[in-house]
Design a protein around this ligand. Structure first.
Ligand code: PLP
Length: 450
């Protein structure tokens, strides 16, 4: 550490996480409890410390400094209690620190922390692969590659698509988000800032609008005037766009995309990094349309917060040989243990049913907002617990997200003008009602200030 930095560091009070302030378990609270201005004094001090050392590229939506979580409740460094309708960007599907997930992690951590499954035979890696093969929304046999994150399995899918088809080009959709490493960021088309100053990006990626009009464009413009269909290896699609603003496609889109892929030998890759793991009320969002992908990608919710990602591909596509692809940490045993516990809870803990019911509850409560606040709220949409409220502008969406934060509800913006709600799938009816009420109060506050 340079002397200047050490002096600066000495000036900033870096608080330790305070002792628990809540006398009853965090998760049993329905109402948020905001006891300081937010950000509070400890949060302010921590943010000053953070900003000395961390990469300025981190987007940081607002000043929450979480130190403890249980279920749908997050406590910040000042002891403020929030209802978490963001879940660390749609990650903690079983809620924060679910006891079964924590116990699985503890047990595995005491047995084996790491042994690379790329070079050796790690039992729990194969167990998780077998579970994902069982859950895959494909009729025939599949195989699984495990990575550490969403972007890493998007890269794996791009490589496998080229490898197995011998073709180079890829189709993506405007508004799509697939990650931030070179292949995945080239496929991402939600905001130009993700591409700025990083060129040249991966060549051979063609973007069309998301929805049936985009498929018209694909067939009439791209295949006809730009690149023949038989030069495309894959199309990568989010069945419901997340980061792009919770965009649910028209019902014809995915079945027609499947038909186009079949006609031209193009692989259909479903990026379910955000929409998968029960979030929409089914294990995979693509199941709502009865469409079978050739490959499916999952990450975020897979291990309830532990880093992991999976590429599930039809067996006949996994033509690559030993050494063609791998990862030192991918399928880390502790993450695999958390994933197995997560799958068990999703299948036997009623979480997917709850996602469907709570999503319907949010739609019932917030659905009328577009009529009640014309010119402010434009749309309320989503499936299960992947919900979005669209506003008249990005500024309004950001203001509502901040107002909700100050009142104790954590949400996150998405797309140009949407507030996204993606709470843990354990969220209760009472917590959902409270969050919806406070969200409406936040809209009222913003609407009244204009
Ligand atoms: N794909 C989708 C649909 C995503 O939403 C994201 C992240 O938000 C990614 C891929 C990238 O995942 P990660 O941030 O784990 O690299």
């Amino acid at each position: 550490m340079s002397q200047t930095l050490s002096l600066l560091a000495a000036d900033v009070q870096v608080p330790d996480a305070p002792a628990p302030m809540t006398p009853v378990p965090l998760g049993s609270h329905d109402e948020p409890s905001i006891r300081t201005a937010v950000p509070g004094p400890l949060a302010e001090a921590h943010i000053a410390f953070d900003e000395m050392y961390t990469s300025p590229s981190l987007p940081r939506a607002y000043a929450i400094v979480p130190v403890r979580g249980e279920g749908t409740v997050i406590e910040d460094i000042d002891g403020n209690r929030f209802l978490d309708f963001s879940a660390g960007i749609a990650v903690n599907v079983t809620g924060h620190c679910h006891p079964a997930v924590v116990e699985a992690i503890r047990r595995q951590a005491g047995e084996l922390l790491h042994y690379s499954a790329s070079d050796f035979y790690l039992p729990i890696y194969a167990h998780l692969a077998a579970e994902l093969e069982r859950l895959a929304p494909m009729a025939g046999k599949t195989r699984v590659f495990l990575g550490n994150s969403g972007t890493e399995v998007v890269e794996a899918a791009l490589k496998l698509s080229r490898h197995t088809t011998g073709r180079q080009n890829i189709i993506g959709f405007l508004g799509g988000f697939h990650g931030r490493t070179f292949g995945s960021v080239s496929l991402t088309a939600s905001k130009a800032k993700y591409h700025a100053h990083f060129s040249p990006l991966l060549p051979g990626i063609y973007h069309v609008p998301f929805g049936s009009e985009g498929l018209d464009e694909l067939e009439q413009r791209v295949f006809h005037r730009l690149m023949p269909a038989d030069e495309f290896a894959a199309v990568v699609v989010e069945p419901i766009q997340g980061e792009g603003g919770i965009v649910v496609p028209d019902d014809d889109f995915l079945p027609r995309l499947r038909r186009i892929c079949d006609e031209h030998g193009i692989l259909l890759v479903a990026d379910e990094v955000q929409s998968g793991m029960g979030r929409t009320g089914k294990m995979w969002a693509i199941e709502h349309w009865g469409v079978e992908p050739d490959m499916l990608l999952t990450a975020k919710g897979l291990a309830s917060g532990m880093p992991i990602g999976a590429l599930i591909a039809k067996e006949h596509l996994m033509t690559w040989g030993a050494g063609a692809h791998g990862s030192t940490f991918g399928g880390n045993p502790v993450s695999c243990a958390a994933a197995l516990a997560t799958i068990d809870l999703l299948e036997h803990g009623g979480l997917m049913e709850n996602a469907a019911e709570r999503g319907a509850q949010i739609l019932r409560t917030l659905g009328p907002l577009a009529a009640q606040y014309p010119g402010v709220v434009r749309d309320v949409r989503g499936v299960g617990l992947l919900m979005g409220v669209q506003f008249d502008s990005g500024a309004t969406a950001a203001a509502v997200a901040h107002a909700a934060f100050r009142r104790g509800i954590l949400v996150l913006t998405a797309g140009d003008d949407v507030v996204r709600m993606s709470p843990p799938l354990v969220v209760t009816e009472a917590q959902t009602a409270v969050a919806a009420r406070i969200f409406i109060e936040s809209i009222e506050e913003v609407a009244a200030s204009r």
